[in-house]
Design a protein around this ligand. Structure first.
Ligand code: KG4
Ligand code: ZN
Length: 352
């Protein structure tokens, strides 16, 4: 029996075990995170070591710097995660790791580390798609939530409306044609000199501003389920340049409130429309932008008007973390999907 066949046998046996502990790794971008998850729904630990402060001075994530910092942090994060979960490596049943999408060098650190832990401890290794992980964050927050549902993925790298048909499969119903919504937040923050990451600071400043500047999204997309953010970003840039040229006052809070409303309102309407068309009553928000207070407020209002239910995890579970990877890995295990061997290599981009 070769390594993979042996691990498949182990994986099959785990399906009948009442308590399955998964040690999960996430290093796709600028968070080094390791979690221990029980039966896909219970967090025993979820340690996140963020590099945000390191990258903030560069105005965005520097890939090589991210890889080096993962390498430096990962051993301590592992020790802390096992300690908080009160388990030893001997008690872990399987190892899971994000294999993509993400920064290749950053992914490589997590993938190689997870491979070594799996091999040394004779444990099955499960490869998890980062985006599926973001969706699974809501399984940890809502114990009764089950597919099918409509999911809005809104992160720094992706923006899409999905029909999640079961724990493994989804159908893409709409997506951005250019920038992701989180990317638009980060770029607008950069234009306004607000630093990185842009989402949280725009979210905060928008609360003090008026939505009185008309930044228009591409209106020919209203009838489709797709969105486009590059025009909105350019509109903000032109507005700011114009004001500067005329020496007129720039009210940053108003720009934030107006940009945010333009970016989010249309997305919310499209998600609601998809849920109604698909006859699905549950809408799940996933990804870093799901932490946005205005998005959460708008989806709640629109869902209650339309008799739908909105689900979104607590803010710390919207941004990158390993708990969500461990949750998805459990469903991969149950469905015998994503069993990897020592040839596993990171994949920087995975189509949705
Ligand atoms: O999911 P995530 O942590 O990483 C990716 O997989 O991309 O998302 C990061 C993105 C960044 O663009 C960040 O600006 C945005 O999520 N973000 C927010 C908020 N918190 C994070 N955007 C809007 N409002 C927030 N409160
Ligand atoms: Zn992410």
């Amino acid at each position: 029996m070769n390594y993979k066949e042996k691990m498949l046998e182990k994986l099959k046996a785990l399906k009948h075990k009442s308590e399955v502990l998964i040690l999960a790794f996430e290093t796709s971008c600028d968070e080094t995170s390791i979690a221990v998850i029980k039966n896909g729904r219970e967090i025993l630990s979820n340690v996140v070591s963020s590099q945000i402060d390191i990258h903030a001075r560069f105005g965005g994530v520097v890939p090589e710097v991210a890889s080096r910092n993962h390498t430096m942090a990962i051993v301590n994060v592992l020790e802390e995660s096992l300690k908080q979960a009160k388990v030893t490596l001997n008690e872990v049943d399987a190892v899971a790791v994000t294999y993509g999408a993400g920064l290749i060098g950053a992914l490589m650190v997590g993938v190689n580390f997870a491979k070594a832990i799996a091999y040394a401890n004779d444990l099955p290794l499960l490869a998890v798609n980062h985006i599926k992980g973001h969706i699974a964050a809501s399984y940890l927050a809502f114990q009764k939530l089950e597919p099918p549902f409509v999911c809005l993925i809104a992160s720094g790298g992706h923006t899409a409306i999905l029909k999640v048909t079961d724990y493994i499969n989804h159908i893409k119903i709409g997506s951005t044609l250019d920038d992701a919504v989180g990317e638009a937040y980060d770029k607008v923050a950069r234009i306004l000199g607000l630093g990185y990451p842009g989402g949280p600071v725009i979210d905060k400043l928008a609360k003090k501003g008026n939505n009185n500047i008309k930044f228009i999204m591409r209106d020919n997309l209203l009838k489709t389920n797709n969105v486009s953010y590059s025009g909105l970003k350019t509109a903000v840039m032109n507005y700011v340049n114009n004001k500067k040229q005329k020496n007129e006052e720039i009210i940053i809070e108003d720009i934030c409130a107006s940009f945010q409303s333009a970016a989010i309102d249309i997305l919310v309407e499209k998600v609601i429309r998809v849920a109604k068309k698909q006859k699905l009553n549950s809408i799940v928000l996933a990804g870093g932008v799901a932490a946005n207070s205005y998005l959460r407020e708008r989806i709640d209002i629109r869902c209650s008007e339309e008799n739908l239910t909105a689900y979104y995890p607590q803010i710390s579970m919207c941004t990158d973390n390993a708990a969500m990877i461990g949750a998805q890995a459990y469903y991969n295990l149950i469905n015998e999907v994503g069993l990897a061997d020592l040839n596993l290599t990171p994949v920087p981009s995975i189509p949705l």
